[in-house]
Design a protein around this ligand. Sequence first.
Ligand code: FE
Ligand code: FE
Ligand code: MG
Length: 163
Amino acid sequence: MGTKGREIIGVDVKELLKLLNKAFADEWLAYYQYWTGAKVAKGLMREPVVAELEQHAQDELKHAGMLTARMIQLGGAPLLEPQDWYKETNCGYDKPVDPNTKKLLEQNIKGEQCAIEVYKKLAEFVKDKDSITYNMALEILADEIEHEEDLEAIVDDMGLVCK
Ligand code: FE
Ligand code: FE
Ligand code: MG
């Protein structure tokens, strides 16, 4: 990013890059949790669950790309070492040891709820200080809210199927 582009940012760029990389670590771990979850899933409503997990995996990867593009614009770089994802993550990685679809959904709902908090805080951090990052955070936040809603809707449907 050019000199003027950086000059108009009203927050500490180093601190912002740190937050962006922490979210970046979350996105890769979320991607992998969804991706493996979709592979191992078994049980009730397997097909719609797998389709949703696969779609969300792609969205998380897209988020990692959006964060990277902004970090590079800001003169930073994404974490280059996957081991650092574990050090920097806010939301962690919940490995899908139980392939039961209901259990997978519950794990991923927890992840989405954490992601919603992360992007809400990021948006608050840059509000009125860096509109490009602010708009990006809101765009990702909207996706994470939709993810949570989609997963909760499947859990609700399962409850009806089981009755
Ligand atoms: Fe995401
Ligand atoms: Fe998500
Ligand atoms: Mg969805």
